[in-house]
Design a protein. Sequence first.
Length: 242
Amino acid sequence: MNSPQSSSAPSSQVLAEDPVLKWERQYRRQPRRSGKRRGPGCLIAVLAVVAGLAVSWRLWFPLIAAYLDVSELPRHADFIVTLSGGSGHLTPDGHWVSNREFEAAKLYREGMAATLILSVYSGEDGVKAAKDDLARAGVPGNAILVNDKPTSTWDEAQQLLDKLRANHAHSAIIVTDAYHIRRARATFRRLQTDPAIDLIFVACPAAFDYSTWWDSEDGRAAITDEYAKIVYYLFHYGVLPW
């Protein structure tokens, strides 16, 4: 007769073959991985990326300026509008001319629109000087409307949209510097109401080479200042730069 102990207790061989126990023993023998060990690897990867960007900065630095330029080719419209400020150049006779007004006059002569809206913030003397410049460039005084109250791109956009609506405009060419176009376009879009006016943003001649903007004092000042204004407009006015 068999004893109770030998008939009820499982043998050691049966326990060893139990798949659950076998899996548990194998799992416990494996060393557990610690998340802390990933730190050095991640740090090395980050340093490698930073080093790569530092070495190749001349390849991607032009993209900083290129991002700001979302200009379009001009097409016929009801009005040509020059935004205030921006760069300029000296004519052969030593006269300083705004690049924005220079481009607006060129578009007028090409027949892109019959009326030009001149936006300047430098008072009566500034308005007269700008109109004289446009007259020398072939734009008659009776083809010019004036907006002389802008103090920033935000209020200028609002004033110009009001003036365009008051003159029953359906479309307008907005002329400004290439680095200013992304923020200007976003601001006009933020302030547009229905029915929306078709706005075409055209860049005037540049005062510096955008592909090497960091080599120019004007380029460094314009690009860095514009990015600071983009951030300000984003948080102060809710203007999204895209």
